[in-house]
Design a protein around this ligand. Structure first.
Ligand code: ZN
Length: 131
């Protein structure tokens, strides 16, 4: 079978650079991941890149929750001026703020960055740009 038609072992992991599906490759003792676009990361680099992706997604979640709280506040203000019941908007506003605090606490808490440290200690650490 030619290299062109090689079937790679699929994995449940996605590429930290493009979000594409990845397959695993073994080159001797080296474990690598390759996405369908062609990004190739060693397992160590993948471990560190996943941490960066996780931080970026949590930050995006925090922004979305704060925006939801602001939208609820504005809608509550409008409803109040029109004499309508604002109880559900009050509850949604409080819930968005409460969950934003939980996500913020996650972002600010200590994380086990062993993947990042491990990658720096080994060859091939390549930082992945934040989305
Ligand atoms: Zn990719």
């Amino acid at each position: 079978m030619s290299e062109e038609y090689r079937l790679d072992r699929p994995t449940a992991l996605t590429c930290p650079e493009c979000g594409g599906a990845m397959s695993t490759e073994h080159d001797g003792t080296l474990l690598r991941y390759r996405c369908h676009i062609g990004h190739v990361l060693t397992a160590e680099t993948m471990l560190a890149a996943q941490f960066d992706v996780l931080e970026a997604k949590l930050a995006a979640c925090l922004v979305a929750l704060k925006e939801r709280a602001e939208l609820c506040r504005q809608m509550r203000e409008s409803a109040s001026q029109q004499g309508r019941d604002t109880a559900s908007l009050d509850a949604a506003h409080a819930q968005a703020l409460e969950r934003a605090e939980a996500v913020k606490a996650l972002l600010q808490s200590e994380w086990n960055e062993s993947g990042r440290l491990y990658a720096r200690q080994t060859k091939g650490f390549v930082p992945v740009p934040r989305p």
